[in-house]
Write a protein that binds this ligand. Structure first.
Ligand code: CA2
Length: 154
């Protein structure tokens, strides 16, 4: 069965490419979707790409992803939770509760930035974390899910 990858983007990431290019680069979120679509195709997977500024919507999508993964339809989630990374116990609980495989993704190297970005509520609940590789981190995260999928078959 062809599996999909769900890429979820949190608050303000709809502004990507329009502000703060020094930190986040010049690519827009539509560009990122294109990169993700190519990466998924390369690995024989399909893409579901979403963005929301609302915590509850992100929680609902994590639940949906957990159910799809349990049916064998989803390889996992690439999740850039934006600033909710540093504030949200609810997103931590949603990842745990949905039993969904998540790769936490940050465009910037959060550990080289302000101290309030150094702590993540998500990290203890996820498979792994990719940070600091710009928008190419999304492609790395998709490759990591594809490798995991291969390892499960062997
Ligand atoms: O580096 C990342 O990907 C972040 O998750 C981005 C979040 C930030 O709060 C995290 O600490 C690190 C911010 C996303 C907002 O993106 C913008 C993009 C352009 C202009 C303004 C905000």
């Amino acid at each position: 069965m062809t599996q999909s990858v769900m890429v979820l983007n949190g608050p303000n990431l709809n502004l990507l490419g329009q502000r703060e290019p020094g930190i986040y680069g010049a690519h827009t979120l539509t560009d990122v979707e294109g990169l993700c679509r190519s990466a998924c195709a390369q690995h024989g997977m399909t893409l579901e790409f979403r963005q929301s500024n609302h915590e509850g919507v992100l929680i609902d999508w994590l639940h949906e992803a957990g159910a799809a993964q349990a049916r064998g339809e989803l390889a996992g989630v690439v999740f850039n939770a934006g600033a909710y990374t540093h504030t949200s116990v609810a997103l931590h609980d949603a990842i745990k509760g949905a039993q969904v495989k998540v790769i936490e993704l940050h465009i910037s190297n959060v550990h080289a930035r302000e101290p309030f970005r150094h702590h993540s509520y998500l990290s203890p609940a996820v498979q792994g974390v990719i940070a600091g590789f710009g928008v190419h981190g999304y492609q790395l995260a998709i490759a990591a899910l594809a490798m995991d999928k291969q390892a499960e078959v062997k």
